[in-house]
Design a protein around this ligand. Structure first.
Ligand code: ADP
Ligand code: MG
Ligand code: ZN
Length: 606
């Protein structure tokens, strides 16, 4: 980019120099003639050597009788004859001189006046022309930036085209969006029969599930221009700028109708107004209001469909969800095992895979991964293979990348002291042993005390089957597993370290949900507090907690009951199998990691 700029700059300078040169040559075709002083001319006249003088302004071209040519200049105030008389030349001699007076010649005269004053302008115009020409090529070609600051992907842009074929899984969402594609492709069909064309579609789902991807796919399928802007860009702006950008954006979109306006992360401006979240941000409200005004201004034939995406539908302003605005809501779920395999296929399509690669196995080992995580995984495995000088990605690289994506890169440089290593080993062995001792819980896939990301060690589990519902028993097991590390530390060292903080947080959060969400405590089948799920149905919700202080203390009691029970379970298991716990911990201290097969062997042998 910079190089090109410099190159263009040099081109402009070159043109400048050439122009200057042409100008110089054209103005001085008497160049190669000897220049003499005025007094030389006087003496030559007195000696009768001069045949003819051509006067061009103050320039004198002298033709000598012997055929020679000379030039000189006179003073500008007076005429040549006057000057000669003043110099005391004989009047007779002046009469005999053949003096020819020429006005400054036409084009030369104008050129000499115009070029010096015009050159800077020519220079500037040329420079900007080159600049804009280059901005339109190269790196910026992917998007055209509109006045609103939105990026536009036009249907002619084949390289950036996304279609439903690029989106794996998400079957229901795609079904719903096919309707939108139909509207965009053939609005007349729907208008004629009196159907109302949807104005707004809200895509809701956790981050990385493919909301942005899906919105682009709709544009690609319908072959219409796609205007893409992220609402978070408005938040930092001066008051009023966001609103005016929204106005510009919709103006552009309408001009290019049928088209799609995609507002990503709409929660950034679409927060519940006056909800106390982030305070009453004026800019946000104005932007949001403008958006609502624009959408309300659509008639059935506008041909613009607004797609918005959020991973926080629970905090959206109810005004956004009213009929005629984002009244179509599509929930994107995290991919299940089959979807994960499909996504893997899509993202390894252009990568060379070795024969031993089994994508199904990778899908099995990545529960909870989003589409974006899987995209990362595929990419990491390619990087790993390249670093190992391999020509193909093997299963090994794919498996290793799972952990890298899940927990961050290994931090081998973080050295644990002997004692820390021992604590970490017992902690992880505790998690693992509780996991494999409770009936119906997950399978231990790997235990490690190599730090990764934030964690000092980790135990990877694998669900024995894909589950959509979970029972109270399973949650209780999960709580006990979470507390397994804590229980092991307490049992062996009779003290507790900060290493268990994260486990305790997770356990408490899960216990709270069991009480307030799932009706699994002795408080009965009730839910307490704000119900996030309800807003998915477009209903308004109570913002405050909807229960009394008395109930609150009952909830707290139930939560601690669950936690204490889980701790007892974990302690019981570990006390019973203390020998096994020590064996696992010692192997961990020695080898730092235990894989599934080895772990299963240790358990069987005991
Ligand atoms: P979101 O907008 O929901 O946060 P994105 O659409 O930005 O998620 O997804 C990020 C990336 O993850 C996509 O560019 C794509 O490569 C990958 N991805 C996510 N979901 C899918 C899917 N269902 N099929 C294929 N790729 C996906
Ligand atoms: Mg996104
Ligand atoms: Zn732990």
């Amino acid at each position: 980019m910079m190089n090109k700029l410099i190159k263009n700059f040099l081109i402009v300078i070159l043109i400048f120099i050439i122009l200057g040169g042409i100008f110089a040559v054209s103005s001085s075709h008497f160049e190669d003639v000897r220049k003499v002083s005025f007094s030389t001319l006087i003496s030559q006249i007195n000696e009768d050597k001069v045949e003819k003088i051509i006067v061009e302004e103050n320039n004198l071209k002298i033709f000598l009788k012997d055929g020679g040519k000379e030039k000189t200049i006179k003073e500008s105030e007076s005429s040549l004859t006057e000057t000669l008389i003043n110099y005391g030349v004989d009047k007779e001699k002046i009469k005999n001189l053949n003096i020819e007076i020429k006005g400054a010649s036409g084009w030369q005269f104008w050129l000499s006046i115009l070029i010096p004053s015009l050159l800077p302008f020519i220079f500037i115009i040329l420079f900007f022309w080159l600049l804009t020409r280059q901005a339109q090529s190269g790196a910026m070609q992917a998007f055209t930036f509109t006045k609103s600051g939105a990026r536009m992907i036009s249907p002619q842009d084949k390289k950036n085209k996304t279609t439903f074929a690029d989106v794996a899984g998400l079957k229901e969402a795609k079904e719903e969006l096919k309707e939108v594609v139909d509207f965009l492709k053939n609005p007349k069909k729907f208008i004629q029969i009196g159907a109302k064309i949807p104005r707004g579609v809200l895509l809701m789902g956790p981050s990385g599930t493919g909301k942005t991807l899906l919105a682009r796919a709709v544009a690609g399928e319908a072959n219409v221009p796609f205007f893409h802007i992220s609402a978070s860009e408005f938040v930092e702006m001066f008051v009023g700028v966001g609103a005016s950008r929204i106005r510009d954006l919709f103006k552009d979109a309408k001009k290019n109708a049928p088209s799609i306006v995609f507002i990503d992360e709409i929660d950034a401006v679409g927060r519940h107004r006056g909800a106390g979240l982030g305070g009453g941000h004026d800019e946000r409200e104005q932007t949001l209001n403008q958006l609502l005004v624009e959408m309300d201004g659509f008639d059935n034939e506008t041909g613009v469909i607004v797609i918005a995406a959020t991973n926080r539908p629970d905090i959206l302003d109810p005004a956004l969800l009213r009929p005629g605005r984002f009244d179509r809501r599509i929930v994107l779920d995290e991919p299940d095992i089959k979807d994960r395999e499909e996504i893997l296929k899509i993202h390894t399509k252009n990568k060379p895979l070795a024969k031993d690669v089994n994508l199904r196995e990778i899908a099995e080992r990545t529960p909870g991964f989003s589409g974006a995580d899987i995209y990362n995984l595929a990419n990491e495995s390619a990087i790993l293979a390249a670093r190992r000088e391999k020509k193909e990605i093997t299963q090994e690289e794919l498996l290793e990348s799972i952990e890298k994506v899940m927990l961050g890169p290994e931090r081998k440089s973080r050295i644990l002291s002997e004692r820390e290593k021992k604590i970490a080993a017992y902690h992880e062995a505790g998690h693992a042993l509780v996991t494999s001792s409770l009936p119906g819980s997950d399978i231990v896939r790997k235990i490690s005390i190599i730090s990764r990301g934030m964690a000092a060690g980790y135990t990877l589990k694998l669900p024995s089957e894909e589950k959509h519902f979970k029972s109270k028993k399973e949650f209780e097991n999960e709580l006990a597993i979470s507390l397994g590390g804590y229980a092991a530390e307490k049992l062996i060292f009779n003290q507790i370290t900060t290493g268990a903080t994260n486990d305790l947080e997770n356990a408490t959060e899960l216990a709270r949900r069991m009480v307030t969400r799932f009706g699994m405590s002795s408080l009965g089948p009730l839910t307490f507090g704000k119900t996030e799920e309800l807003i998915f149905l477009g209903k308004e919700i109570a913002q405050e907690k909807n229960y009394s202080e008395e109930t609150a203390s009952k909830i707290d009691k139930e939560i601690s009951k669950f936690i204490n029970q889980a701790l007892k379970t974990a302690e019981r298991v570990l006390k019973e199998k203390r020998n096994l716990l020590e064996k696992i911990a010692n192997i961990l201290i020695e080898k730092e990691t235990i894989e599934k097969e080895e772990y299963e062997k240790i358990i069987k042998e005991s």
